[in-house]
Design a binder for this molecule. Structure first.
Ligand code: UD1
Length: 367
C-alpha cells in the first residue's frame, strides 16, 4: 500500500495541545498523509478552544467527544470510553497524542490496549514531581508510546533512564516554537488592552497554586503589591476565575491590575512579546518566553522544562513571594540574564516529525 494510504489520527483536548497539533498537522499534510483530528472536548469554552483552531488556521476537528469537565478519573474514563469507539470504527494506522493533559494519556491507553501504534509529541519531559497530574500523564504516555518525539536532550536522557529503547526516541525540537515562529508577525494585542509602558503579564492555573486558598491569596497579594512598580495584565483561566470568586478576591485598581477573560493565541503572543516580565505557572509559556528572550518568573518549585532555566530566561520562584518581588526589581533594573534559544527550537520540528513518520510508514510496508 502506498504511504499516502496510511491513516493518521491526532488527539487533542486542552488549550496547550492546539498550538502543538497545528504545525504537525500541516507538516503531515504536506507529505501527503491522510489525517483526521479528534477533539476530546476536555476544554470546551469557545475562548479556550475554538479561537485557537481559527487563529492557527486549522481544520475543525473531525470528531468531538464532548467529555467536558469532571474529576480526573471521570474525565479520563469518559475520554477512553468514547475514543475506543472512534478507534474501532476508523482503524487508524498511527495515533498522535500531544503534551501531558488527561486527553493525552487517555488516548494512549486506549490505543495500547487495541494494539494501535501511538506517537507522543513532546515526550520525555519530567518534573520528577508525582503530585502533579501532568507528571503521571507524561510517565504513562511515554511507557505506552511507539514513537517518542522529544523537544530537548533532557527528554532523551529521562527516557533512557526509564528503560525506553533509544530506537523509539527522536530528538526533533519544539513544535510549540514552530507555531510561534510562523505566527509571530501576525501577533496583535487584545483590543481593550493598552500595551504602552511597562507591564507584567500573568497566567495562573495550576491546582497547587489556585486550589489552595492560602496560596492563591498570597500570590494575589504579591501581584497587587507589584502594581506599585508596573502594570499587571492577567488573562484568567476558568479554574482560577472560579477560585477567585469563591475567595472574593478582587483588584483594588483595575487600571493598574487588569483582569481579562482568556484570550486568543495571537493576542497572548503580542502581550508576551511586549511584556517586561512574564509571571506564570504554565509549562508552554516558560518555553515561549525563552524563545522570545523575555524574562520569565515561574511560580512552581520545579519544572519539566529545565532547559528554559539552564539556557533560557526562566527562573523558578516557587512559593517565595519575596523572591518574586526581588526578581521583578532586578528585571526592572536591567539585570536579568539574556538567555539563549535551545538547539532545534527553530520552527522546523514538525518537518522532522513528518520525516520520521514517513520512514516509519515505509518500514511497515516493507515489514
Ligand atoms: C488542563 C491540563 C493542564 C493544562 C491546562 C491548560 C490536565 C490534567 N490538565 O488543566 O495540564 O496546563 O489544561 O489550560 O489535563 N473549565 C471551563 N471551561 C473550559 C475548560 C475548563 O470552565 O473550557 C473549567 C472547569 O471548571 C474545569 C476546570 O476549568 O473543571 C479545569 O479544567 P480541566 O480540563 O480539568 O483542567 P485545567 O486546569 O484546564
Amino acid at each position: 500500500m502506498p504511504v499516502t494510504m496510511f491513516k493518521m489520527l491526532h488527539v487533542v483536548g486542552a488549550r496547550p495541545n492546539f498550538m502543538k497539533v497545528a504545525p504537525v498537522w500541516r507538516a503531515l499534510g504536506e507529505v501527503g498523509l491522510h489525517q483526521a483530528i479528534v477533539h476530546t472536548g476536555q476544554h470546551y469554552d469557545p475562548n479556550m478552544s475554538d479561537v485557537f483552531f481559527d487563529q492557527l488556521g486549522m481544520a475543525r476537528p473531525d470528531i468531538n467527544l464532548e467529555v467536558g469537565s469532571g474529576s480526573h478519573a471521570q474525565q479520563t474514563a469518559l475520554i477512553m470510553t468514547r475514543f475506543e469507539e472512534v478507534v474501532l470504527e476508523r482503524r487508524p494506522d498511527l495515533v498522535l497524542v500531544y503534551g501531558d493533559v488527561n486527553s493525552t494519556v487517555a488516548a494512549a491507553l486506549v490505543c495500547a490496549k487495541l494494539g494501535v501504534p501511538v506517537a507522543h509529541v513532546e515526550a520525555g519531559l519530567r518534573s520528577f514531581d508525582r503530585t502533579m497530574p501532568e507528571e503521571i500523564n507524561r510517565l504513562l504516555t511515554d511507557q505506552l508510546a511507539d514513537l517518542l518525539f522529544t523537544p530537548s536532550e533532557d527528554g532523551n536522557r529521562n527516557l533512557a533512564r526509564e528503560g525506553i529503547p533509544a530506537s523509539k526516541v527522536y530528538l526533533v525540537g519544539n513544535v510549540m516554537i514552530d507555531t510561534l515562529v510562523r505566527l509571530m508577525e501576525h501577533a496583535r494585542p487584545p483590543k481593550d488592552v493598552a500595551i504602552d509602558g511597562s507591564f507584567a503579564l500573568v497566567t495562573l492555573h495550576r491546582p497547587s497554586n489556585v486550589d489552595d486558598p492560602g496560596s492563591l491569596r498570597r500570590i494575589f497579594a504579591a501581584l497587587e503589591a507589584l502594581t506599585g512598580e508596573l502594570r499587571v495584565i492577567f488573562p484568567v483561566h476558568p479554574r482560577t476565575r472560579k477560585r477567585m470568586a469563591d475567595l472574593g478576591l478582587s483588584v483594588s485598581d483595575p487600571k493598574r491590575f487588569q483582569l481579562l477573560e482568556p484570550i486568543g493565541y495571537l493576542e497572548f503572543l503580542a502581550l508576551q512579546q511586549r511584556a517586561r516580565v512574564v509571571i506564570t505557572d504554565s509549562g508552554g509559556i516558560q518555553e515561549e518566553t525563552t524563545y522570545l528572550g523575555v524574562p520569565c518568573l515561574t511560580l512552581r518549585e520545579n519544572t519539566e522544562r529545565p532547559v528554559t532555566v539552564e539556557l533560557g530566561t526562566n527562573v523558578l520562584i516557587g512559593r517565595d513571594m519575596d523572591l518574586l518581588r526581588a526578581s521583578v526589581q532586578k528585571i526592572l533594573a536591567g539585570q536579568w540574564k539574556n538567555g539563549h534559544i535551545p538547539p532545534l527550537w527553530d520552527g522546523q520540528a514538525s518537518q522532522r516529525i513528518a520525516k520520521v513518520v514517513l520512514e516509519w510508514c515505509s518500514t511497515r510496508i516493507q515489514g
